[in-house]
Design a protein around this ligand. Structure first.
Ligand SMILES: *Cc1c(COP(=O)(O)O)cnc(C)c1O
Ligand SMILES: [Zn+2]
Length: 420
């Protein structure tokens, strides 16, 4: 391992030490991928006695994920990416009717800042951790949205970014990364190959690879998705939440976030039932839940839902446990179903999501068909990415717009044909 030279050590911000989720071994704040004792995953080690704000104090703060900073892994004031989070929660009565439940809301991270996906949350956290640790270079292994986010957040923080993606990603994800001027590298292989490469690079270079050796800090950003749902519902909890799964981190952290707010008395009741969805062409976590097996069986992805196509999910076991513990379940949907899901969401709510959001909506319909919801359920659907990044997913499915001369009579013909 190379030693890390502190370059821009932040005086105002410190990251918390780390604790192993499996064996409890603690280590000082540092870039580290896994526990040195047992290879388990690392979490920030929060001081249980730290002061925490009440509802009113939180509500008086700026509308970003930093309004929950006492539940994020820092001491002091983060300076970077202050505009991320606090995305809209919008009610969707038409979807409530479709799912035959009491109420439905869309948590709309397709407009998260600055790069239009939920990955802005985890990267806002990681980029502040990188700065606090004195790292001048960040990186990631990405299925697309993480590449967009790391490139964008690094650009404005003045950090160098090394970004590794599968060579055949959607053009919107490539351009949406390259535009920020990172060192972008396309790797011949699947995401799982890219991730393995990045694990090796983290040992070789003094880089903060956000989802490898900053993962313990990075993942905490996902909890703010749960915090915002609770606050935006008027400090209460829905009965069910449906989220797409890639590595399984978001789903795992939803449980952690809801339970922290319950434990700290900000909301009452019990953790919502958590439902995870994947595309059939890459559903290792769904397979785990449905089969009741003890371990993930990795798959080779084959789906248009590229942003969640992780064949060997790092947090798969924890996600499966979260679904089981909360009384939830998992469903997989076909590519045709997810395309229909994207269209249904757009036509009923005016929100254009990418393939992962299509998996959420189609997955919710599948869960409803399987009798997983009751008529008084209050369901939040997690929409995690923006449709303009994956237009190729739906372009073939939409009717072609007619081309006419600029003449009223040509419009009149169309109006007649359409029946009004
Ligand atoms: C990364 C991602 C997810 C979920 O990722 P996890 O690895 O399971 O946390 C969901 N939706 C989109 C659009 C993503 O990019
Ligand atoms: Zn350990």
């Amino acid at each position: 391992m190379t030693t890390l030279t502190p370059i821009r050590e932040s005086r105002t911000l410190r990251v918390l030490p780390l604790r192993c989720r499996l064996c409890g071994h603690t280590s000082p704040a540092q870039p580290a991928a896994i526990c040195g004792q047992c290879l388990g995953p690392l979490d920030p080690d929060y001081d249980p006695a730290r002061p925490r704000p009440d509802r009113g104090t939180i509500a008086s703060r700026a509308p970003s994920l930093w309004r929950y900073r006492e539940w994020l892994p820092f001491e002091g004031d983060p300076q970077l990416s202050l505009d991320t989070g606090f995305t809209p929660l919008v009610e969707a009565p038409a979807l409530a009717r479709r799912l035959e439940v009491g109420r439905v809301w869309i948590k709309n991270d397709s407009v998260c800042h600055p790069s239009l996906s939920f990955k802005d949350r985890v990267v806002a956290t990681a980029v502040n951790a990188a700065q606090a640790l004195g790292l001048d270079t960040v990186g990631c292994a990405s299925t697309g949205n993480l590449a967009n986010a790391v490139a964008a957040h690094a650009a404005r923080a003045g950090l160098v970014a090394w970004i590794f993606v599968p060579h055949d990603l959607e053009i919107g994800k490539i351009i949406g990364t390259a535009i920020y001027g990172p060192r972008l590298v396309r790797v011949r292989g699947t995401y799982d190959d890219v991730n393995r490469l990045c694990a090796q690079l983290a040992d070789r270079y003094s880089w903060g690879i956000v989802n490898v050796n900053l993962r313990g800090y990075y993942g905490e950003g996902s909890k703010t998705f749960a915090f915002e749902i609770a606050e935006q519902l008027g400090w209460r909890l829905p009965t069910a939440v449906v989220a797409p799964m890639a590595g399984g981190s978001l789903l795992t952290k939803l449980e952690k976030g809801f339970k922290e707010f319950i434990a700290d008395g900000l909301v009452s009741g019990k953790c919502p039932r958590l439902y995870g969805t994947q595309a059939e062409g890459c559903a290792p976590i769904v397979n785990l839940v449905q089969s009741g097996a003890e371990e993930i069986t990795p798959v080779v992805p084959n789906t248009i839902a590229r942003s969640i196509a992780i064949g060997n999910p790092a947090d798969g076991l924890f996600a499966a446990r979260a679904m089981k513990e909360t009384g939830g379940w998992a469903e997989a949907v076909s590519d045709a179903e997810l395309i229909a899901g994207i269209r249904l969401l757009a036509e009923t709510t005016g929100i254009f999501t990418e393939t992962a959001g299509g998996v959420t909506v189609a997955g919710a319909l599948a869960l409803a068909r399987a009798g997983r919801f009751t008529p008084d359920d209050e369901v939040v659907l997690c929409i995690t990415g923006n449709g303009l990044k994956t237009v190729e997913a739906v372009s073939g499915a939409l009717p072609e717009a007619p081309v006419i001369a600029p003449k009223v009579k040509e419009v009149a013909a169309l109006v007649e044909k359409s029946g009004g």
